[in-house]
Design a protein around this ligand. Structure first.
Ligand SMILES: Cc1cc2nc3c(=O)[nH]c(=O)nc-3n(C[C@H](O)[C@H](O)[C@H](O)COP(=O)(O)O)c2cc1C
Length: 222
């Protein structure tokens, strides 16, 4: 499965089967996390038993009352931490999708109950619920390409392909509060229009845009 196919297939899943992720798959996830932590200077942690991470009333109200496992997104508390968490966390989400797992980014969770290790100079930004979904989730409403783009009107195909996948990026409360601007010299700017956890959203959007705009990935991984 290519990254593009994983993006097309992925939806947030909030109801999971009551079974653990199998051992071999856990090994693969831990390997991938090591690689992404190195690349992104992060301390993402796979927590096999999510325990009571999702025991808040708000979690149940939003439809996610429990999950088998959780990825705690931790890193050194720098200005760009939220964005790096979004970018590399989404790479992990897509990898899990390829392994037949389902996920949901969760800004709402019980910080005391994750079991994550967070050093003095680090911050736990967000969690990602993971497991075998009862189903694969479903498509949701989306803004149009026109609503999230700006700049040059004569747009190359790679830009439109990037925007197509950026619109499939998960964002907090499906807010999609970002703008992707194509400058006259064909450079691209990602603009955060504010909102809850919008820097995490922006990192996720960048990850999706890159996959959509990258011809090499599309042609070689098929
Ligand atoms: C930064 C972020 C925070 C989120 N927080 C929650 C949450 O606390 N609870 C929840 O049920 N879903 C949460 N979501 C999932 C979004 O609601 C979901 O991604 C969005 O509605 C789009 O749907 P999709 O992921 O199926 O494309 C979050 C997503 C992101 C990116």
């Amino acid at each position: 499965m290519t990254d593009r196919e994983a993006i097309l297939q992925r939806h947030s899943v909030r109801v999971y089967e009551d079974r653990r992720i199998d051992k071999d798959t856990v090994g693969l996830i831990e390997e991938k996390i090591k690689e992404l932590n190195n690349e992104g200077n992060l301390n993402l942690q796979f927590i096999e038993d999510a325990g009571k991470t999702y025991n808040k009333l708000m979690n149940r109200a939003m439809g996610l009352g429990s999950a088998p496992s959780v990825i705690a997104c931790v890193g050194k508390d720098t200005d760009d931490l939220d964005e790096r968490v979004g970018y590399y966390g989404e790479k992990l989400v897509l990898y899990l999708q390829k392994l037949g797992l389902n996920t949901c980014w969760t800004g709402t969770f019980n910080r005391k109950n994750t079991g994550a290790e967070v050093a003095g100079d680090e911050r736990l930004v967000i969690c990602i619920a993971a497991g075998y979904g009862k189903d694969g989730g479903r498509p949701r409403k989306s803004k149009s390409a026109e609503q999230v783009t700006a700049g040059k009107k004569d747009r190359p195909k790679w830009f439109n392909d990037g925007v197509e996948l950026a619109l499939l990026a998960p964002t907090a409360i499906n807010q999609q509060k970002f703008t992707i601007r194509l400058n006259d010299d064909d450079t691209v700017e990602f603009i955060d229009n504010g909102g809850v956890l919008s820097r995490v959203d922006l990192g996720i959007v960048k990850c999706h845009f890159e996959i959509g705009a990258d011809k090499v990935e599309k042609e070689e991984n098929r």
